[in-house]
Design a protein around this ligand. Sequence first.
Ligand code: UDX
Ligand code: UDX
Length: 446
Amino acid sequence: MTTSTPQPVTVGIIGAGYVGLTTGVCLGELGHRVICVDNDPEKLALLRRGTPTIFEPGLEAMMQRNLAAGTLRFTDRIDEAVRESEAIFICVNTPPKADGQADLRYVEQVAKEIARALPADYRVIVDKSTVPVRTAEKVADTIRRYNPRAKEFDVVSNPEFLREGSAVQDTLNPERIVVGASTDRARTLMRRVYAPILSRTSAELCEVSIRSAELIKHGANSLLATKISFANLMAEACEAGGADAHEVLHGIGLDRRIGREFLRPGIGFGGSCFPKDIAAFRHTLETLGADASLITAVERINDHAYQRFLQRIERELWVLDGKRIAILGIAFKANTDDIRNAPAIRLMAALGKSGAIVTAYDPQATSKAKRVLPNVRYCADVYAAADGAEALVVCTEWDEFATMDLARLRKAVATPIIFDGRNIIDRAAAQGAGFTYYGVGRATTQ
Ligand code: UDX
Ligand code: UDX
C-alpha cells in the first residue's frame, strides 16, 4: 500500500519572534504554506525584505528561499491568516510579571482577534507560546466569548523546545513533538502538520491531554534548570570541600539515569526562557496549592552562583575602583547574540557601579550590549579587551575562549588573573602561562 503523502497544510503563525519566525520558516521549508503575522511594523518591513530579526544559523537562507517560493509570506492581518489557514499557531511572547506570573495579555488579545475572524469551517488554534497549564481552555473560552457562533474549532497545546543558537535544527530534527489535543480531528490535522518531520526523523510524536502538554513544557525547562542549579550547588560544595567540580560532576553524570548534559557549573543560567519559565512554573505551582520550594531553590541557587562569582572577584581584586577589568563573553550563552538575563550584563553593571573600568568583547552580542551598557569600552577581539587589564573575566562559553593565545594574553594584561565563569579555559594551560586562575568549583590548589 503506498503511503500517500499527507496534503500540505496552510498554517497561520501569529507572532514572528524567536518561536514564530523559526517555526514558520521551518514549516514552509517542510512543504506547508505559511502566513506569518506580526504587529510590529518595523519588524514586518525587515521580514518582508527577507531580513530575519533574530540570529539563528540557517534561518536567513531558508527564509529567503521560502519567501521566493511563495510558501511563506508576512502580514499584519490576523484575519487574513485565520481565513486562509487550517491551523493557526499562537506564538506571541508571554513575559513575566513582577511576581513571576506569565503575562498572558498578548495571548488573550490574539485569541480575541482570531475569534472575530473565525470562518464557519474547521480551524485548529495551536498554543505554541510557553503558557501555564489550563491556558488552552482559557483561549477556547475567549474564542467562544468573542464569537458565540464559533463551533468548528479546537485549541491544542504544542509547546516548542527550541534552544537559541540551534532553533532551526531543533525544529526540523526534534527528539519529540508534543501535541496536547482533545479530539481526533485536531490530532489528525496536527499529524498532517508534522508528517514531514515524523517521516524523516526519529522524532517521537507524544500525543497527550492538553493540560499534560502544557505541563511538559514548564516541567522540562524546570528540570533542565534544576540540573544546572544542582551543578552549581556541587561547585560550591567542591570549593568549600577542596574538591574539583569537573571531576565530581563527570563522575555523577556517567550514570545514564542522570546523564552528563546540563551539569556544567558556572556564573548561572540566563536567557529569556529559564528565568521566565521557572518563575512562571513557581507561580503556577503556588496557584495550584502545590509545593514550589524546589523551584524556589533552583532560582535561589542560580542567583547565589552569580553572587559567589562576583564576591570572588571583589575578594581577589580588593579595590575595584579605577581597575581595568576585561569581560570575555556577553551573550547569555554561546552561539547567540541574545543578552536577555545574561549574567555578563548584570556583572558589567555591578563592576561599573564599583568604579571599575570595564572593557568587553563578544563575537556577536556587542551591538545589543551597547544599547544597554553604553559606558563599557567594547573591543573587536579578546586581546584588545585584555590590553592593560588587571583581570580577565569569562562570562560566556564561546568556544574561542578555550583556544585563546594565553602567552599573548599574558603580555597584554597588566596583572595575570583569570576568573573563568564558565570553566571554559584549560586551568593548567592558564597557570602554565603565568595566570592565577579562578574557575567555578575548581579547587585553586591541585
Ligand atoms: C520567547 C523568547 O523571546 C525566546 O527567547 C524563547 O525561546 C521563547 O519565548 P517569543 O515567544 O517568540 O520567544 O517572543 P518574542 O521573541 O518576543 O516574539 C513575540 C513576537 O510576537 C514579537 O515579534 C511581537 O512583535 C509579536 N506580537 C506580540 C504580535 O505580533 N502581537 C502581539 O499581540 C504581541
Ligand atoms: C532553553 C532550553 O534548553 C530549551 O529546551 C527551551 O526550549 C528554551 O530554554 P536556551 O535558553 O536557548 O534553551 O539555552 P540553553 O542552551 O538551555 O542554556 C540556558 C542557560 O543555561 C545559558 O545561560 C547557559 O549558559 C546555561 N547553562 C546551560 C549552564 O549554565 N550550564 C549547563 O550545563 C547548560
